[in-house]
Structure formats: C-alpha cells, structure tokens
Design a protein around this ligand. Structure first.
Ligand code: HEM
Ligand SMILES: [Fe+2]
Length: 739
C-alpha cells in the first residue's frame, strides 16, 4: 500500500511540474495584444486600448456563450475568429482584384486567382507587430478590409441575427461594438499571423482556412500518430496486466452479509439535514432541462420560442449559460450532500454543530445559485453600467466558470466549508479504522480537497489577462475537475459505498482506488493541454497534450470490468435489491465513461481531428455523453443511495424509477445518435472541404438537410425530459411514502 501512495504522489508531483512549465511557456508565447492598430500613414484603425477593452466588452455580454472564439464556446452563432478571418481575407482579395483587374476575384481566370491568393497568404501571415511601441501597422487596403468586416460585426450586434440567435440590440453602444470588433480582429490576427521566427501562426494554424495558408502543421500530424500508437500500446499493456492478475487467481468474492448493514443505522441530525439538498438537486435539474429545451429551440427559431419573442427577456446567451452552469451546480450539490451524508456514517458519531454547518452551507448554495444567475442576467442585459461591476457580479464570459468574481469566491468558500464539514466528521474514523480502511478515507479526503482546491484556479485570471493565459487557468478548473479529481472522487465514493454495504473487501477496494487514481492522473493532469492546442499556445502544448490525454483513455476502455463487478455485487444478496437503482446508476456511470468520455472524447482528441472538429456538434456529443452520462448519473446514483440509506426498509415504488432510468439513458443516446453526432460529422466534412468557417456558417447550418437533423433532436430530448420529470416526481413523492 505504501508503494501505491508513493506512486500516486510521484505522478502528481511530476505532472504538475510539467503543467506548470507549460503555463510559463504559454505566458511567454501568448500572442501580443497591440495597444493600437494604425496604417503606414498613421491613420487609426483601432484606437489605443480598443483590443483589450473589447475583450472585456465581449466577456460582459456573455463571451464564449455568444458563439466561439478560437473554437471555444457555443455553436449556434459562428466562430467569430474564423468568420472574421474569412471575411477579411475575401474582402481584401476582391479589393485587389477590383482595383487592378476591374473585376471581383471570382470573375478572374484560375491562374490569376491563384496569384492573388498567394499574395494574400504572404501578406496575412507576415508579422507586422512592433513590440517596442505596441503598435500593429497594416497597409491602407488591409485597413479598409478590416473596417468592412468591423461594419458587418457592428450590424450583427446592433440589428441582431435570427440565424445566430442574437437579438436586436445585443450591444446597443456603438463605441463598445467597435471595441468588440477590435477584439475579434485580434483573435483572427493571432490565428493568421506567424510567430516571430516561425512558419506557423500563434494558434498553430487554426482555424483551417486554405485562403491564408492555414493548414495542418507537421506537429499536428506527428502527435496524432503518436497519440494513437500510445493508446493502443496502453490498451495492450493493460490487457496484459489484467491477464496476469487473472493468472494469479481471482480473489474469492466476499460473502455478503445476511441483512442490510445500514438497516440499524439511525440517521444523525446532520444526515437528515442533507435531504433538502436533494430537493434542491431536483429543482435545479428541472430548470436545467427547461433551459436546455429553450436553448436547443433557439438553434432552429433564432430568437423566439414557438412564436413567443422570448429572447427579449431571455436571450440564447443566458439560457445557454444557465443550462451549462446549472448542470455543474446540481451535480455538485448532489455530491456535496453525498459527502455530508457519508461523513458521520464513517466517523461513527456526530460532531457538535454539524447539522448547523450543513444548513449554513445549504444557505450558501442557494445564495450562489440565485446571485450568480441574477448577476449574469444583469450583465448580459447591460444593467450593470460601464464600469467593472460586470467582472465582479456579472458574467465572466468564460464557459463553465461563467460567474462573476464575487460568485466564484462564494463558491470557493462554500467548497472549503464543505471540505471542513466532511473532514471533521470523518476525522474520528482515522483513529479507529484498521490499516486497510485508512487509504480509502485518505483518498476520499484527498479527492474532496482537490475538488475544492482546483476551483481556486478560476481566480488565476484577472480583468486584463491575455486570453491564451485565461484559457490555461479555465481548463485547470474544468479539465482537472472532470478528467482528474472527479474521476478519483467517483471511484472512491462508489468503492466506499460498496464496502459500507459489506459487499467489497476494504483492503482490495483501497488498493484498487489508489492504483486507478495513479493511472488516471498520470494522463489526466498533463492531458489538460488537449484543450489548448489552438488557443494561442506554442507547439509543445500540442505534443504533451495529445500524448498524455491519449493515456487517459486507456483505463476507460477497461471500465467493463468495473461495470460487470458492480452488477454482480447488485445480485449478491436478496436485500441488495433495495439498492438496485443506485447500483444501476453506477453501472451507467461506467458505461458512459467508456462511451462518452473514452470513445467520444478520443474521437475529437487527436490534433488532426480537433483541428477540424473543435467547436462543431461533435463537442456537445462528447460533452453531454461525458458530463451528464458520467457525473450526472453519479449524482443521481448518490442521491438515490443516500435517500435509500436514510430510510432503510421504506418501500420504494420501482415503476417510476425504472422508467426514469431507462428514459434518461435512452433519451441521451437517442439525442446523440439521431441528431448531434450526424450533425457534427457532416460539419466535419464541410470543414475539411471548404474551411472551418463554412462548417459554422449560417449558409451551411440553415440548409434544409441540416435543419431536419436538428429537428431530430426532439425524440431523444423529449424522452430524456420525460425521464427527468418522472425522477423529480419520484423524489418529491418520497416523503409522503414515509407517512
Ligand atoms: C468523464 C470525463 C469527461 C467529461 C465530464 C468531459 C467533459 C467535457 C466538456 C463538458 C467539454 C466541453 C464541451 C463544450 O465546450 O461544450 C469537453 C471538451 C473536450 N473533451 Fe472532455 N470530458 C471528459 C473526458 C474526456 C476524455 C477522456 C477526453 C479524451 C482523452 C476528452 C477530450 C476532450 C476534448 C479534446 C475537448 C475539447 C473539445 C472542443 O473544445 O471542441 N474529454 N469535455
Ligand atoms: Fe479535458
């Protein structure tokens, strides 16, 4: 066991050293933000500070929820980077052709066209930034192309666009629209300008745009090959390891206890206080599903909801922000409650004031949910003035950590309060537990500490942080949570509950948890870089990100062992049937870990794939299947387990639960297979054939065929929503069943 601890801490120490080093490289190599953009004759294209100010304008309006930048964000509106790049490039080409040949480019013969394109490529890729003065100099024709593109953006954000789900007046202030345009220009400039002394752009040639010579780099090819080989090698090694373990003889299964060991346990006051968390969970699920329905509908009806002009009060930006944020919040709430429930169960007694702490934390959760949502509404609807209030109270603009700084701090404090409550409840157990149980407890606390602590990385960016660096910190939170310590938490908690039920040996559970955590984190920590291939980072990020994240997939290909084992445990004794639905949820966790995280994650993971697929519908395929499939199902499973254990022996109506379970899982699968996966694959083909901008363009997305496939979301979504409603109904009806 000691060896396993050493392994785990070595893996974490080395991996974080590498990740930290990558952070330094990213900061040094971030695309510079010009203080001003001028023409050779000194005319101002963008005023002093416009680009930096524009980043804040973009953030306060909802940032990544408004469409995407460098491929990160929402999918209905264009990727603004690719869109700007294509518009500026074609405008410039036509301007040259008109001035010199008297006809637009399309009217010229192919050889002449090719000549202009080569000129464009050389022109756009050249780095004309002057670091000494912070000035970017462009020639007069390019300046006109920039102004024309800015005028287009101005039109979109003043008059609105149904096809982009952007309402009229999305940014009413013309000065702010100008700054917004300056920022979008900068992201496109970074995407097409070569790094000093190199032949690739600041974004490693992303997005794919043949007009300006943005094509796959050699690095992208090499590291794609390496990552696939490593994955296969890892699977081979893991198969060997399983075979060797098998050869040494399986451990004899534990003889299940004759009756439910939790039957005589009397819930403590603090444990009973967790029940209201589960009501909050169900309420948040309902709102999340509702927001999802509205968001998906905006994808086809722009700014209306079956004719109601809903976007006037609740535009797409907000429904999507809340949809993703509430998902994280209800999952977190379910886990918080499970941790609070488990604490005293392990510790054996109730520390003084524990129930008070649990109630206080619940209050904090409510304040956080209400406060952050109100702040986001005010920010997006321009009610927070032009100062810095948006930053502290409003919308951060960064997807998955969308809240204002104050709410981020509230969440962080809440997570540490939770950690404190769990730790003090578990503490007595350390003194009494045997040597086999202690590692399990230790890992439980370590995962809880990491979940609380890594949210702190959200505070790593400030108001003026370069987007490339802000992205680095954002993924510290999102990736290190979901692909690092959430996985650890899931493994520990599930193992832990089975040992409580007397169905697993603590010794082997401890060993398995330590080992699988070490394996997971050895790919997962450095794997963070797979989100940063194209966000203004040097090529080392791509190399390390692609190789290490491929290793994450190896253990996911073997979760079948775990799923099968869980199913077997579910049948170990007659009384275990009581826990059937929580256990099925844990089996679903394993299933979606393989399909949603492993398969769909790897589908988009190699640099060559993500180069074309970043921000296409292939991303929500993976996002839904992994985030809801794995952690949503875990949240529901934990909720059901705790509610079950809080009232052992209480009869449960299985019908609604059975329906909810299958409808939710089946609905998720149907939504993916019938709609968003085909959409994503067709978009991928379009991106490869015509350039990335085209796959995200209204012209392509609003075609009849694509609209039909989008409508095919309805059956899956409806089934899913029905399952969620029935689940909520089941939970709501539970207290009455006791009476
Ligand atoms: C249960 C574990 C996982 C969860 C919950 C999860 C969740 C997510 C979420 C929510 C996103 C963002 C989607 C969006 O922008 O809308 C994402 C992106 C991504 N994930 Fe995962 N993920 C998991 C595991 C993995 C694994 C194992 C891999 C591959 C090794 C992977 C590769 C990626 C990549 C490459 C992206 C970026 C896609 C893009 O920006 O277009 N994920 N993931
Ligand atoms: Fe990731």
């Amino acid at each position: 066991m000691r060896r396993l601890w050493i392994l785990l801490f070595t893996v974490m120490g080395l991996s974080f050293a590498v990740l930290g080093w990558l952070g330094l490289r990213i900061r040094q190599g971030a695309p510079p933000v010009p203080a001003r953009v001028v023409t050779a004759t000194g005319e101002r294209v963008f005023e002093d500070g416009d680009i930096a100010a524009g980043q804040n304008v973009w953030q306060s309006m909802g940032g990544m929820e408004l469409g995407s930048i460098w491929g990160h964000g929402s999918y209905v509106a264009p990727d603004w980077t690719a869109d700007w790049l294509h518009r500026e490039a074609t405008t410039l080409l036509d301007a040259w052709a008109l001035a010199e040949r008297g006809a637009p480019l399309a009217a010229l013969d192919p050889a002449t066209r090719a000549g202009y394109q080569e000129r464009l490529r050389l022109h756009m890729r050249q780095n004309r930034y002057q670091p000494a003065t912070g000035t970017l100099v462009v020639d007069a024709e390019r300046a006109r192309a920039i102004q024309a593109t800015a005028a287009h953006l101005d039109d979109v954000f003043s008059r609105g666009r149904d096809a982009y789900a952007i309402p009229a007046g999305a940014q009413p202030d013309p000065v702010l629209r100008r700054q917004l345009a300056a920022f979008v220009f900068w992201t496109a400039w970074a995407a097409t300008t070569e790094r000093p002394g190199e032949r690739i752009t600041y974004t490693n040639n992303w997005p794919y745009e043949p007009l300006v010579g943005n094509t796959l780099t050699g690095d992208a090819w090499i590291w794609t090959g390496v990552s696939i080989l490593l994955l296969l090698a890892g699977i081979g090694a893991m198969a060997w390891w399983h075979a060797a373990r098998h050869a040494h003889g399986e451990e004899a299964p534990v003889a299940a206890p004759a009756t439910d060991p939790l039957l005589r346990a009397v819930p403590t006051p603090s444990q009973r206080a967790t029940v209201k968390y589960f009501w909050a969970v169900t309420a948040l699920i309902l709102v999340q599903v509702l927001m999802g329905v509205v968001t998906a509908h905006y994808g086809v009806e722009g700014n209306g909801f079956y004719g109601v002009p809903l976007a006037r009060w609740l535009p797409y930006v907000l429904t999507r922000t809340w949809h993703t944020q509430l998902g994280v919040l209800w999952i977190a709430t379910a886990w918080l409650a499970a941790g609070l429930y488990i604490g005293p169960a392990v510790g054996g007694r109730e520390p003084a004031g524990q129930a008070l702490g649990v109630n206080l934390l619940f209050g904090a959760v409510l304040v956080l949910v209400a406060g952050s949502m109100a702040g986001q509404w005010l920010s997006v609807m321009h009610r927070l003035g032009t100062g810095t209030a948006w930053f502290y109270l409003g919308h951060s603009g960064y997807e998955y950590i969308d809240t204002g700084r104050l709410w981020q701090v509230v969440l962080l404090v809440g997570l540490f309060l939770w950690l404190f409550l769990v730790a003090r409840a578990v503490r007595p157990a350390f003194a009494t537990a045997d040597a086999a149980t202690r590692p399990l407890l230790g890992m439980f606390l370590l995962a809880s500490l990491a979940i609380a602590g890594f949210y702190g990385a959200a505070l790593g960016y400030g108001r003026h942080t370069n987007l490339a660096v802000a992205e680095y910190w954002r993924w510290w939170v999102v990736h290190l949570w979901v692909e690092g310590f959430f996985e650890v938490f899931a493994t520990v908690v599930i193992a832990f509950l089975f040992t409580r039920l007397g169905l697993l040996r603590t010794e082997s559970a401890s060993r398995a948890v330590l080992l699988s955590s070490a394996i997971f984190l050895s790919g997962g920590i450095i794997g963070t870089a797979h989100h940063l291939y194209f966000s203004g980072t040097p090529a080392a990020v791509m190399a390390l990100g692609a190789t290490f994240s491929a290793l994450e997939v190896v253990p996911l290909m073997f979760v079948g062992f775990e799923a099968w084992e869980n199913l077997r445990l579910g049948r170990a004794a007659a009384w275990v049937a009581q826990y059937r639905w929580p256990i099925y949820c844990f089996v679903a966790v394993a299933f979606w870990n393989m399909v949603g995280a492993g398969l769909f994650g790897f589908m988009i993971n190699p640099p060559v794939a993500l180069y074309y697929m970043q921000g296409l519908n292939t991303t929500p395929v993976h996002g839904h299947a992994a985030l809801f499939g794995v952690y949503g199902m875990l949240g529901i499973g934990l909720m059901l387990f705790c509610l079950r254990a809080l009232r052992p022996g209480q009869p449960w109506r299985e019908g609604p639960l059975r329906f909810a379970f299958w409808a939710i899982n089946g609905g998720l699968m149907a939504m993916i297979v019938l709609s968003i996966l085909p959409l994503g694959l067709l978009q991928t083909r379009a991106a490869v054939e015509h350039g990335y901008w085209f796959a995200r363009s209204a012209a392509f997305l609003q075609s009849d065929g694509m609209n039909l496939i989008r409508w095919l979301r309805v059956p899956g979504d409806t089934l899913f929503a029905a399952g969620a409603f029935v689940l909520v109904y089941f939970i709501a009806a539970l207290p009455r069943a006791r009476a």
